[in-house]
Design a protein around this ligand. Structure first.
Ligand SMILES: Cc1cc2nc3c(=O)[nH]c(=O)nc-3n(C[C@H](O)[C@H](O)[C@H](O)COP(=O)(O)OP(=O)(O)OC[C@H]3O[C@@H](n4cnc5c(N)ncnc54)[C@H](O)[C@@H]3O)c2cc1C
Length: 462
């Protein structure tokens, strides 16, 4: 069979590899110059390793991608780390809680954002909130966490244990994350630990997110994380090589805007789309009327990362910092070089500032310098010594479109199905991997599943 695969991210590349291994003729079409999709990397002069545009690591239980890594002979490229996760908490956030009517940065317009420095009161600006970065990645750190009673902590531990041991996610699709977390963990713990992160990520959709989504995030999380020597690029390059060795073709820098366009590349028996659902809807015009119509109602957020390469570390020791203070203009700070030795990046420190943004958000149309100007006062709150003209060596801005589907109630009934209304055309993307949140592990799992289904259908039709 001759199979076209649209999209050269992990789903498309894995499906191509699996199908090519089985003797099918595959062609991958990727709109960008480089492969890897949301996990694609780049390398700057003086670096030995690639870095992803969006922070990436693997959990120790990401079995599908770990097996693929082993199958491709890259086991010795895996690095197991135990980096620190922490929360930034500011006392001022309690008084300024959105629940109490305060403004969050998500509700601000462009001019207000550009004058964000004035949002903080002089007292807040001068306080420099010492001890606001609190480690939270083990039971002992939960016990030490400020602002929660011992009962709140015991209930939070029970909630985490419930998520870890309970395999039944289906009933959790019918209630919101807030409902479940308030019942088991208590209202105070919800407010202090989870609510502001949910608002920071999902904005005014936060209260519509199903409990199954937060369950999945907690269930899968492992304190130990894997990274791949050379970056995720090492795996992308190995997949590319393996696909080609099995006779597959990869056409980068080739966007498919209409399926008719494929005719000039050959006669394809099957087409697998791995692009985001809103893009797939443009490629399959009758998706809206077929089994995919509910999928088109899934709200999506776009991921944005501002990457700073600095001479000194912005965060000391902490790898992943959740910002629970919603007056901050970013949701998470990920200090890559607090997980991976900076020697692989010319001795410089690499820090991401991440956000998830709805369509039309002013940040999406800002230049990296405009965004940096907005972030600067808050970077200084994290590290008062930060001095951009002395420290900053280089920066870049990345936007991953439709990178975060919002798992609302009964998400599984809305998620796109592999088969589309058009015979022979399949759809597999990060909206299809419920109850799990997006991740390269699930992209690999999905790529294998899609290849299996296409292979089976091929047998039936011959
Ligand atoms: C901020 C952020 C952090 C993340 N962190 C992690 C992490 O720590 N660990 C982890 O495992 N995962 C992480 N992920 C998720 C992971 O990157 C994704 O789940 C995974 O890469 C999705 O792969 P995919 O192939 O399904 O989709 P994509 O990577 O989106 O691939 C789709 C491909 O289709 C291409 N395309 C789009 N339109 C067209 C067209 N018209 N013609 C041809 N090609 C087209 C795109 O360019 C893209 O390459 C993160 C994602 C983000 C955004």
């Amino acid at each position: 069979m001759n199979i076209a695969i649209i999209g050269g991210g992990f789903t498309g590349l894995t499906a191509a590899y699996e199908l090519a291994k089985k003797g099918h003729k595959v062609t991958v079409f990727e709109k960008d110059k480089v492969l890897g999709g949301l996990a694609h990397g780049f390398k700057r002069p003086g670096w030995d390793w690639h870095l992803e545009y969006a922070y990436h690591h693997l959990f120790a239980n990401d079995w599908a991608i770990l097996s693929l890594i082993r199958e491709l002979g890259l086991e010795d490229k895996l690095i197991l780390t135990r980096p620190i996760t922490a929360n930034y908490i500011s006392p001022s956030v309690i008084a300024r809680s959105p629940a109490k009517g305060g403004a969050t940065w998500q509700s601000l317009g462009l001019s207000e954002i550009l004058h964000a420095r004035e949002i903080a009161t002089p007292a807040e600006r001068s306080r420099n909130d010492i001890k606001t970065i609190v480690q939270l990645d083990s039971p002992i750190h939960l016990l030490r966490y400020p602002g929660l009673s011992i009962i709140d902590k015991v209930r939070t531990a029970a909630l985490v244990a419930f998520c870890k041991v309970n395999p039944f996610w289906q009933p959790l699709e019918g209630i919101t994350a807030r409902q479940l977390f308030e019942v088991i963990g208590g209202a105070t713990a919800w407010q202090k630990l989870w609510e502001s992160l949910m608002i920071g990520k999902f904005g005014n959709l936060a209260d519509t997110v199903a409990a199954s989504w937060l369950w999945a995030r907690i269930k899968k999380r492992t304190p130990k994380l894997y990274y791949i020597k050379g970056g995720f690029h090492t795996l992308v390059a190995a997949l590319e090589k393996a696909i080609k060795q099995h006779g597959g073709k990869i056409l980068a820098n080739t966007a498919i805007i209409k399926l008719d366009q494929l005719v000039k590349f050959g006669q394809f028996d099957r087409i697998l789309l791995t692009v985001p659902t809103p893009i797939a809807a443009k490629l399959i015009p009758n998706l809206a009327f077929g089994i995919g119509h509910l999928a088109l109602k899934i709200p999506h957020l776009h991921a944005q990362t501002l990457i700073l390469e600095t001479k000194e570390p912005i965060l000391k020791e902490v790898y992943w910092l959740n910002i629970t203070d919603r007056s901050f203009p970013f949701l998470a700070v990920v200090a890559h070089t607090n997980m991976i030795d900076k020697k692989h990046y010319g001795g410089r420190h690499l820090t991401y500032f991440g956000n998830y943004l709805p369509d039309g958000h002013p940040y999406l149309s800002m230049t990296k310098n405009q965004l940096f100007k907005v972030f600067l006062p808050y970077v200084k709150r994290l590290n008062p010594a930060f001095h951009w003209s002395d420290w900053l060596n280089w920066s870049d801005l990345f936007i991953g479109l439709y990178a975060q589907p919002v798992h609302q109630l009964h998400y599984s009934s809305r998620a796109p199905k592999l088969e589309t209304p058009v015979k022979g055309v399949y759809l597999a993307n990060l909206d299809s991997i419920y109850p799990w949140d997006r991740g390269t592990n699930y992209a690999v799992e999905l790529g294998i599943r899609a290849a299996k289904k296409i292979g089976e259908d091929a047998k039936e039709s011959f």
